[in-house]
Ligand binder design. Structure first.
Ligand code: AMP
Length: 116
């Protein structure tokens, strides 16, 4: 990949700091720098994938692993009992600002629906 690294790739490569809450061989979770809820964690694959629309057949296992990991991270954060929201912003209208697939895990307060 010839483009400049995204901020999340720099976090994966440990070039910039993040408050990491979970890490395994395939993915990484860390606190969002601008939290929108009392608990706001981002779960990302270590592989460079732009967003859910960019997932390919070869990413099937990784995509499943990412989803399976949400519950594990939520339990470790202690938010699994009260509930939480999982969001994947995709593209311009989705409000995606970082071009590296990420799942927002939001918790710690009653979240509104529909979202803004
Ligand atoms: P999105 O708008 O869905 O692309 O979400 C990107 C998220 O990344 C936003 O919630 C930002 O606050 C968050 N973010 C940007 N830079 C960092 C960083 N260095 N560490 C943690 N979170 C970040």
């Amino acid at each position: 990949m010839s483009q400049e690294k995204t901020i999340f790739k720099k976090i994966i490569d440990k070039e910039i700091p993040a408050e990491i809450v979970y890490e395994d061989e395939l993915c990484l979770a860390f606190h969002d720098v601008s939290p929108q809820a009392p608990v706001h964690v981002l779960l990302i694959p270590k592989k460079e994938i732009v967003n859910v629309a960019s997932l390919e057949e070869e990413d099937r296992v990784l995509a499943g692993h990412l989803l399976m990991t949400v519950g594990k991270v939520a339990r470790e954060l202690g938010v699994d009992q009260d509930g939480y929201r999982v969001v994947a912003n995709c593209g311009l209208n989705g409000g995606q600002s970082v071009d590296h697939l990420h799942l927002h895990i939001l918790a710690g307060r009653q979240l509104n629906w529909p979202p803004g």
